[in-house]
Design a protein around this ligand. Structure first.
Ligand SMILES: *Cc1c(COP(=O)(O)O)cnc(C)c1O
Length: 393
């Protein structure tokens, strides 16, 4: 059935994605099912999105109840889930902050870029510094700060000026961030860049340099935030306070929502009319996000992510064979580094064994499973991954 759907897909969809190799009909917990009823243990989680797995009762309930009341209000009217979610996020951050809701990570970063323009306007700063191999989204603004020439070059001219620095090099960052810098955008660990954690002290050095020169530190936690690393926010776990924090992916547990949080003065930069979104912060997505946060708390999932993440790391350490170069990552956010560009083949071989993993780079396999993953799930997954590696290697 995947084959016939793929044929229809190819006839009508723009060719910006390769044709997906698998159709998904339903899911439950950490499992996905194709239209023929084959089961797949999902270590991709919709690219770090499905925080509570699939069809989690708390999300089903929250979304069903809200959509039965009112699905959309626009931002012309107040609604309880939106205000409650903003209060919740500010509470988790533990800093005075204000929230703007968008629908995606790119849009959350667009808000952050516009905040940096507002911040820089005071003394004529327009420059943004961002990281080589960093990823912030596909809109022109978020693409302009994405350090991947293959994604950027076809769409130039892009907004600027933007300076790119080697990720993890605190000296390069110190040189690039100066009095003309409006904002420094960093992920607290490259996500699309291959799940590369920030070196110890790097985010702290970024904080210090931004304080020295008066630039905003924008932490893009679209992938790392909301429990992925075993902490609500990966940057704060390192003791680093952002001026602006962006969230999306895991926040809605599968419903589309992004958030941009401005901390302290950065939360006061917009004047009425400066920014907006028709769908941003719609009550259904906000209800889902509240369910995600409540469930992470009620089921102690941050502790679970740390514990199961360690178990996963030990399992990855034990992978063997000529293809395996090592592994890296934190919590339930990990990558297996390969010795050759075989990630696509390993992904396919794992899929044939009922295991979904993601070839995030030609030589790296990303694991970003639902935060509800258990040790038993890990023990189920790893032999399949080893078998896939053995087949390809
Ligand atoms: C995925 C991602 C984005 C873009 O999010 P979209 O919802 O696809 O727009 C931005 N930043 C980071 C760090 C991401 O991982």
């Amino acid at each position: 059935m995947t084959t016939s759907l793929a044929g229809r897909w190819e006839a009508v969809m723009m060719p910006n994605y390769g044709t997906p190799p698998l159709a998904v009909a339903s899911g439950k917990g950490v499992w996905l099912f194709d239209p023929d009823g084959n089961a797949y243990l999902d270590l991709v989680g919709g690219i770090a999105v499905s925080a509570l797995g699939h069809a989690h009762p708390a999300i089903v309930r929250a979304v069903s109840e809200q959509v039965a009341k009112v699905a959309h209000t626009s931002n012309l009217y107040l609604h309880e889930p939106g205000v409650a979610l903003a209060e919740r996020l500010v509470g988790l951050l533990g800093l005075p902050a204000r929230v703007f809701f968008a629908n995606s990570g790119a849009e959350a970063n667009e808000c952050a870029i516009k905040l940096s323009r507002r911040h820089g306007a005071r003394d004529g700063r327009t420059e943004i510094v961002a990281a080589v191999n960093g990823f912030h989204g596909r809109t022109l603004g978020s693409l302009s700060i994405t350090g991947n020439p293959a994604k950027r070059t076809p769409f130039e001219p892009l907004p600027g000026p933007v300076t790119f620095v080697e990720y993890g090099d605190a000296d390069a960052l110190h040189r690039a961030v100066g009095p003309r810098t409006a904002a420094l955008f960093l992920e607290p660990g490259l996500g699309e860049g291959g799940v590369v954690p920030a070196p110890v002290g790097y985010l702290r050095a970024a904080r210090e340099r931004c304080d020295q020169v008066g630039a905003l530190l924008v932490l893009d936690e679209v992938q790392s935030g909301i429990g992925r690393t075993g902490h609500w926010f990966a940057g704060l776990a390192e003791g680093v306070r952002p001026d602006v924090l962006t969230l999306a992916k895991g926040l809605g547990g599968g419903l589309p929502i992004g958030a941009c949080l401005g901390v302290g003065a950065a939360g006061e930069l917009f004047a009425p009319g400066d920014h907006g979104s028709t769908f941003g912060g719609n009550p259904v997505s906000c209800a889902a996000a509240l369910a995600v946060i409540d469930t992470i708390e009620a089921e102690h999932l941050l502790d679970s992510v740390k514990r199961v993440g360690e178990h996963l790391a030990h399992g990855l350490d034990a992978l063997s064979g000529p293809l395996v170069a090592g592994n890296r990552g934190v919590g339930l956010w990990r990558a297996v580094a390969l010795t050759t560009d075989a990630a696509g083949a390993v992904e396919a071989a794992a899929r044939a064994r009922g295991l979904l993993v993601n070839a995030v780079k030609p030589n790296a396999i990303r694991l970003a499973p639902p935060l509800i993953l258990t040790e038993a799930d890990v023990d189920d997954a790893l032999p399949r991954l080893q078998a896939a590696l053995d087949e390809v290697g």
